[in-house]
Design a protein around this ligand. Structure first.
Ligand SMILES: [Zn+2]
Length: 351
């Protein structure tokens, strides 16, 4: 994610902080300072830091449970609106998805229980007038209770939405379950938003909009996955790709690419029979002064097996833009570009 930077590794995941998080701290500290002086500023900053520590603990709940099922979490990013644990993938078995989704709120319940039962605090309404360090543990206890309850709202992108989807997919197909869960979430969002408008609590309206959009994103993501299921690199590749030689002049290369089905040429060393690079029509146009294709081409060539599932191919295309589909014998069967992959997705969704 842009504008976020790492602050260290913890329990196998990189912990990152989004730059705007500091803006939030400065803003909250500044506002509190203006209203109540330096003590209020420190109290508020400590409060926000404690809140985000609890959010991080929540995300680690997801990450550590996912690890039990062999799923890594490369990084956890702290945003001003909350935490984001980027799991390699979501477990598709409903039982496991429920456990991973519940593990986050469970951490907040545990923090709450510890503060309540062991430290002996009684929960207080959030940010009541009693701004003091003495009331901080009670405030944090309340905060964790709110975090747990808020995340269990049965709507994407909240954890409760995942629990609902996983529960439904015991009885129906995952795509259908996702659609039902998304619709439920949108209904909750509309009701919550209307209530917020009615009572003038605009933060509720904002959260409702956020949930409404999240539900739609999750639904279309799962639909996309379902629509490309069973498809492979073979479906997305262009077979009549243009072959160039490293020593070709850019003009000759450009000529053979003009009017070709695609804008990418595969550069092959005919002496060894090996692919040594790829070059795009745009790169050729932008470097009219170059002498040979070899000077312009990109030497980093990514390859996937022709039988690779389309989901994997899309990831590779997202990373490297141009990907070669390679046969088991090592021959280039075709070239996959963002355009050729996009056409397959459009075709699949059009049906
Ligand atoms: Zn969560």
């Amino acid at each position: 994610m842009r504008w976020s930077f790492p602050i260290g590794r913890l329990l196998g995941s990189e912990l990152r902080i989004h730059g705007t998080f500091f803006l939030l701290l400065i803003w909250i500290g500044g506002a509190a300072f203006m209203a109540g002086g330096p003590n209020a500023a420190i109290y508020n900053i400590v409060y926000v830091l404690a809140l985000f520590a609890c959010v991080v603990a929540h995300e680690y709940g997801h990450a550590l449970m996912a690890r039990r099922f062999g799923i890594r979490t490369p990084d956890i990013t702290l945003l001003p609106i909350g935490g984001l644990a980027r799991l390699e993938r979501m477990p598709e078995k409903p039982g496991r998805e429920i456990l991973v989704a519940l593990a986050g709120p469970a951490v907040n319940v545990v923090i709450f229980a510890v503060l309540w039962l062991i430290v002996g605090v009684s929960p207080e309404p959030p940010l009541s007038d009693g701004l003091s360090f003495a009331s901080l543990p009670a405030q944090i206890a309340t905060l964790n209770l709110i975090l747990a309850l808020f995340n269990m709202i049965p709507a994407f992108p909240m954890d409760g939405g995942r629990v609902l989807r996983a529960f439904l997919s015991f009885f129906m197909k995952r795509v259908t379950a996702t659609r039902v869960a998304a619709l439920t979430g949108q209904a909750v969002a509309v009701l919550g938003g209307a209530y917020g408008l009615w009572t003038g609590q605009f933060i509720l309206v904002l959260i409702a909009v956020f949930i409404f959009m999240g539900a739609r994103a999750e639904s279309s993501d799962v639909q996309l996955r379902a629509s490309i299921e069973g498809r492979t690199a073979r479906d997305a590749m262009i077979e009549d790709y243009v072959v160039l030689r490293p020593g070709d002049g850019p003009e000759v290369a450009l000529q053979s690419l003009t009017g070709a089905a695609q804008s990418v040429g595969v550069v092959k060393d005919f002496a060894t029979g090996k692919v040594v690079g790829v070059v795009t029509r745009d790169a050729l146009r932008e470097n009219p002064g170059a002498e040979r294709v070899a000077d312009i081409m990109s030497r980093k060539v990514a390859g996937v097996p022709v039988t690779a599932p389309l989901g994997k191919v899309l990831q590779a295309v997202g990373r490297d833009r141009i990907v070669l589909a390679v046969t088991p014998q090592g021959d280039v069967a075709g070239v996959v570009t963002p355009e050729s992959a996009g056409a397959v997705i459009q075709g699949a969704q059009g049906r």
